[in-house]
Every structure is written in structure tokens, then in C-alpha cells.
Unconditional design. Structure first.
Lengths: 163, 183
């Protein structure tokens, strides 16, 4: 009688332990899977919500010896921080976007700087706002000028224009 | 004796039911968790589709006149299928090429008053009908409507010089038209 009770108790405890182990193993795997899916979907969402368009390219030849002006509009659904803008790549070339230009906060030869036409004053390139990129010493490029911007998440836009 | 048998039967019943109950609870928890994950994924996907299906706004510059005092009069028509909710959200860029060969571009700022470097809306008319609305009563631009816009450049223009204006909608659609400076 007593041995039956003990064996029943052992069976119950073993059952609980096994069930707990199975549940926790499956749960941890599901959590891992869900976090991986969440990260992947966040990256995809970030890329899908990011969209920029080069709307106009012009040459300013009357101030500071000349520079190329690129007007880029944020037509996505998320704001782009200044840090992201400064980490972006700008490619310019005649017919082909072959030359890569690096960012500089100050106007520097063969570098680019930017100004956000910040209509809401949040210091972020918000949806609907325009970014003005100035590329210095690039006026010698013969039209048609190919211009490409690539943001850190890989989203970009290319334009071929004859300013 | 009978009590002992009942106790034994109860123990056997518990020992046979409890593991199954625990496993059922675990399966139920996992099912609920999976459904929650699936529903949140569907909600995110629906949001993405909604974002990507924004109606394209299409505009056209019907006419443009540029004067030597730097003022420009332009009519912008909405020829697309969706309204531009706020006309003030249009971007207007003017590139000007002086007869001397110098080129300069301005991104003009929207304002309600005529200031140098700014643009403002004079009135909004229904295309083909002589019905116009003052801007303060009609701040949007529906399909088939034309915005009569005036701009003032911060520089004087030289007759004989030329340039072009680019108007960009909030969704990035652009319309472009060249102009020659008149006296």
C-alpha cells in the first residue's frame, strides 16, 4: 500500500518534471524563433518604410566657386536621423554614378554636406521634408549627371539629369 | 477497507490524468502564443501594404511667367487621382541661368506673405470653370483644380535669362517647366 503511494508520487513528480522540461524547451525555442523573426521583420519594415527620391539636381556657379545641389525628398513613412544621413553614400559621375563622395560637416573640397529643410523643427529628416545636399568642386562633371544616394540600410535612389 | 480502495482509485485517477493535463496545458499555451505571433505579423504586414499603396499624386505646371524683378507667376494643376491635402507641402525649386552664364538654384519657402525667397498661393480655381477660392478657404488641391502660385526670388532677373521651375509633391512626383525672363 505504502509502496504504491510512493510509486504514484514518484510518477506524478516525474510527469511534472518531464512536462515542465518539454514545455520550457519548446518555449525557449519558440522565443528564439520569435525574436529572430521579430528582428528580421523589423529590418524589413525599416527598409520598406524608408524611401527617398532625388527630385532635382542643379549647379550653383555664383557662390563659393560652385557646387552641385541635390534636392532629395523623404517620401517614406519614417524619419531619418542626421546620423543616418551623414553615414549615407553619395555617388556622382558623368552618365554613370562612378565617383563616391564622403560626408563632411563643413564645406570641403570633394566632400558633401547637407541641410534639412526642417519644417517641423524636430532635427530629423521627416517624411515629406527635403534634404539639400551640396557637393563641392563637382561642377566639372559633364552632363548628364548621374546622382545616387544610398542610406545606411541600403535603400537609395538614382537620378540622371542635365542641370 | 472501502475507504482505502477509494483512496487508491483516486490516486490512480490522478496519476493517469495529471501528465495528460499538463501536456494539454502546454500545447494550449503554445497555440495561444503562436496565434498571438501570427496576428501581430499579419497586423504589421497589413500596415506595410497600406503604406506602399499610397495614391500617386500627379501635377503639371500649366503656365509660368518670370519677371525681371524676381517675381514668378505659375499655375500648378492637379492632374492625378488623389488630392494634395496641403498645398503648402509642395516643394518649389527654381534654377536660373543668367545671360552671363552663372547658374543659381533656390528652394523657395512657403509663406502666406510675399517675402523674397518665398512662394504663396494666390487662389485655387477649378480647371475649366471660372470658380476660384481664396487660399485661406481652400488649402488643398483636388484633382481638376489649379493653384495660382506666386513666388519672389531674392535676386533680380535679367531679361533674356532663362530658367526652370521644379514642383514636387509630398509623395515625390515632380513637374518641371522652363521659363524665359520677360521685362
Amino acid at each position: 500500500m505504502a509502496s504504491e503511494a510512493v510509486s504514484t508520487a514518484i510518477l506524478i513528480v516525474a510527469g511534472v518534471i518531464v512536462a515542465t522540461a518539454i514545455v520550457s524547451a519548446i518555449y525557449s525555442q519558440a522565443s528564439l524563433m520569435s525574436s529572430a523573426v521579430r528582428i528580421a521583420s523589423r529590418i524589413s519594415e525599416d527598409r520598406i518604410r524608408t524611401e527617398v527620391r532625388i527630385v532635382h539636381v542643379a549647379v550653383n556657379s555664383s557662390v563659393d566657386g560652385g557646387y552641385l545641389l541635390i534636392f532629395i525628398k523623404n517620401i517614406g513613412s519614417r524619419g531619418i536621423a542626421q546620423e543616418e544621413i551623414s553615414k549615407s553614400d553619395i555617388y556622382i559621375g558623368s552618365e554613370m554614378c562612378s565617383g563616391m563622395y564622403l560626408y563632411s560637416p563643413e564645406p570641403t573640397q570633394n566632400r558633401w554636406s547637407f541641410t534639412i529643410v526642417d519644417s517641423n523643427g524636430d532635427n530629423v529628416w521627416s517624411p515629406g521634408e527635403t534634404l539639400i545636399v551640396r557637393v563641392f568642386n563637382s561642377t566639372a562633371i559633364k552632363p548628364p549627371i548621374c546622382t545616387r544616394i544610398v542610406l545606411p540600410n541600403g535603400v537609395g535612389h538614382e537620378s540622371l539629369s542635365s542641370p | 477497507m472501502v475507504l482505502a480502495m477509494r483512496v487508491s482509485l483516486a490516486r490512480r485517477a490522478i496519476s493517469s490524468v495529471l501528465p495528460g493535463l499538463l501536456i494539454a496545458m502546454a500545447i494550449l499555451t503554445l497555440t495561444v502564443y503562436s496565434i498571438h505571433l501570427l496576428s501581430s505579423s499579419i497586423a504589421t504586414f497589413a500596415q506595410l501594404i497600406k503604406t506602399s499603396r499610397r495614391a500617386e499624386q500627379i501635377i503639371a505646371i500649366r503656365n509660368i511667367m518670370a519677371y525681371s524683378n524676381g517675381s514668378i507667376v505659375v499655375s500648378i494643376a492637379n492632374i492625378g487621382g488623389s488630392a494634395i491635402e496641403r498645398v503648402s507641402e509642395l516643394d518649389i525649386v527654381v534654377s536660373y541661368l543668367d545671360p552671363s552664364g552663372q547658374q543659381i538654384s533656390y528652394l523657395l519657402r512657403f509663406d502666406l506673405q510675399p517675402f523674397p525667397g518665398c512662394w504663396w498661393v494666390d487662389e485655387i480655381c477649378v480647371e475649366g470653370i471660372t470658380t476660384c477660392f481664396p487660399y485661406h478657404l481652400h488649402t488643398f488641391l483636388k484633382p481638376g483644380e489649379v493653384a495660382l502660385v506666386k513666388a519672389l526670388l531674392p535676386i533680380q532677373l535679367t531679361p533674356g535669362g532663362w530658367g526652370y521651375m521644379v514642383v514636387v509633391t509630398p509623395t515625390g512626383y515632380r513637374a518641371e517647366r522652363a521659363f524665359a525672363v520677360i521685362g
